[in-house]
Design a protein around this ligand. Sequence first.
Ligand code: GMT
Length: 374
Amino acid sequence: MMKIGIVCYPTFGGSGVLATELGKALADKGHIVHFISYQQPVRLDAFHPNIFYHEVSVPSYPLFDFPPYESALSSTLVDVISNEKLDILHVHYAIPHASSANFANQILKQSGKNIPYITTLHGTDITLVGKDKIYESVVTFSINESDAITAVSENLKQETLSYFKITKEIHVIPNFVDIKRFTHLNKEHFKKMIVPHGEKILTHVSNFRKVKRVEDAIKTFFKVKQKVPSKLLMIGDGPERQAAEALCRELGTCDDIRFLGKQEKLEEILSITDLFLLPSAYESFGLAALEAMGCQVPVISSNAGGIPEINIHGVTGYLAEVGDVDTMANYCIELLSDNEKLLTFKKNALKQAQNYNIEKIIPYYEALYQSLVK
Ligand code: GMT
């Protein structure tokens, strides 16, 4: 049994979701897990005797234009590591979690209490934020100072090596899905409420940031709808929501698109879905697509970043160039018009999700922790 600290972003976003599910799975295996974040992580929603949560509070004074979150996090880490006698710290997302872990460790070194820390790179910390020169030296330093570095896909590993001078090995430990939760449920009654005439359902799930190309999901659907009676479910919320709704109005297709906002029971929505749309400009991995596959939903996606590592063209779904909504729509129409093919793709999607089942991936993290804990 190890005492493990996990630092993550608490919001709806792949890195926070992955970190929380990892912590829950480790707790189920008997480890003691301490989450450290500025808010209760969204998927940390039930009591578990092995799970603890420490909130980082960042006092705001009129003097501060920018509350010093990084310092507050470092101080909280010093407290939690020493009071709870943690064995290892696992930080998800380089900025500012890796640098805060490093700073906390420097403070603890004075009293001989420092512990190993692992940094897991998730994507935007490298490709969007990390590339910004203003952060480069801190990101490079804190990644290199980590006792171990992991990336969630081979693509992200290569991206990291191309942008930063990394002096340590980057281990690829792919993201995972809990197949027991993300499984196909019988929700026919629910489906009938949304598509009473048996139309097909396409679904997009994201945090509606620019990188998700939410408008491409709508444009793809608009083309599909001309050929196959269908509806689009838009799950999530974020900065591009208004523009997306405006596009629906412009295309005159509002009646066929439902914006459902942030949803907790994603597996229920995915269970009534026929195709999942992920047209992103970049994804290091695309956890949302993997969760869809667990529920037997084939994925029509862009071929950006690490997506081709999980969505296998012609097997679990189809890939197209970023922005090529015509090709994405044609693939949707092809699959939705051929029930036999759709069924085969659904089975393939499930098989692929099984390759990434939580039970297969957790032991890689455990082995890595064990190799570092003295
Ligand atoms: O994509 C987001 O909006 C959230 C982002 C994050 O950092 O939480 O997700 C990243 O990490 C996920 C979990 O590892 C990956 O599945 C996503 O592909 C990745 N997003 C990007 O690379 C854009």
